[in-house]
Design a protein around this ligand. Structure first.
Ligand SMILES: [Zn+2]
Ligand SMILES: [Zn+2]
Length: 316
């Protein structure tokens, strides 16, 4: 185990803005322009929401270390290294047989793997799944993810204290937050693919998440699944109306695996994935040509900001 695959590359200096999904970016913009969000975030801070969420996981679940689960920890380290996430989150496991994982905490992020994912996924598929979660952390999704997690439980409490009862719903914060969370999956799926670097692994993971029974694992038909996903190629999340969005976000037990696969297929067909692997998959930093991830201007590798568009860049 551990799966040291010589073909997989560590994507040095990979910047999330190079692969973040447009629907994610657009939904985030909407969310950040929604009245009431700032108040809600401040309130959550004041109540120490992050610490309390963290406590509920770290106090209940098994921490994965290089010592107790070295094979799983190896995969975790590789996933983070491949997408260039340098500050490793903590990793935990919880007893749940859904093939899934999630991340919480914006200051000190933690990733929680379901035991079902560990038992039912191959090592490469775990790399995809953990890469997906690491991608949430890398893109800075955690603050609003935490908010979306607690909102259903605390919405009334936080809302009535800060904004007046019912105003959370009427101000649209809840819808904007939960809708963005769904869209953030599309970015995280790309991170998962960049971590495992094999589209078939990404597809088979999503198939297992989508409901393939274990007795069929060796008879899975990825081609059929891809065909099913391709039928959704014209589906446009952003054109959905309010009711459509509400249904999309409230069916939370269904992780939209077919639609997400369809989005991955679309992304692969743009060639962006191959470009990123080509650009960042070098053996050392010296070999890397540094360009601005936003405007593509060539940089020396010493800048902190791009001189043309002003966006933040990694130093060599
Ligand atoms: Zn996710
Ligand atoms: Zn630039």
């Amino acid at each position: 185990m551990g799966g040291e695959n010589m073909e997989r590359k560590k994507l040095l200096l990979l910047n999330p803005i190079e692969y973040e999904h447009n629907f994610d970016k657009r939904a985030l913009k909407t969310l950040e322009g929604t009245p009431g969000l700032e108040k809600l975030v401040k309130k959550a801070h004041k109540h120490g929401i992050e610490r309390k969420i963290r406590l509920s996981y770290t106090g209940s679940n098994i921490k994965v270390t290089p010592n107790n689960f070295p094979d799983i920890y190896d995969i975790f380290e590789e996933a983070c290294a491949n997408i260039f996430l340098r500050d490793l989150p903590e990793l935990y496991m919880q007893w749940d047989y859904n093939v899934n994982a999630f991340a919480v905490g914006s200051q000190k992020p933690i990733i929680i793997l379901n035991s079902g994912a560990v038992d039912l996924l191959s090592n490469d598929e775990l790399l995809y799944l953990i890469g997906h979660e690491a991608g949430h952390v890398k893109s800075g999704h955690m603050l609003y993810h935490d908010m979306a997690t607690v909102l259903p439980f605390l919405g009334d409490i936080l809302g009535s204290v800060t904004l007046g009862i019912g105003s959370l719903v009427s101000s649209g914060v809840e819808l904007a937050l939960l809708y963005w969370r769904r869209m953030s999956e599309l970015t995280a799926d790309r991170a998962g693919l960049l971590a495992c670097q094999d589209k078939n692994v990404a597809f088979s993971t999503l198939m297992k998440m989508g409901g393939v029974p274990q007795t069929y694992f060796d008879k899975m038909k990825p081609d059929d699944f891809v065909k099913q996903a391709e039928d959704f190629k014209d589906f446009n999340f952003s054109s959905m109306d309010k009711i459509g969005k509400t249904i999309l976000i409230s069916m939370s037990t269904h992780p939209w695996t077919v639609l997400r696969t369809s989005e991955l297929i679309k992304w692969l067909s743009t060639g962006q994935y191959d470009e990123i692997i080509e650009k960042h998959g070098k053996d050392s930093l010296e070999e890397l040509e540094i360009t601005c991830p936003k405007c593509s201007r060539k940089l020396s590798g010493e800048e902190t900001f791009c001189g043309v568009c002003g966006s933040k860049v990694w130093k060599r």
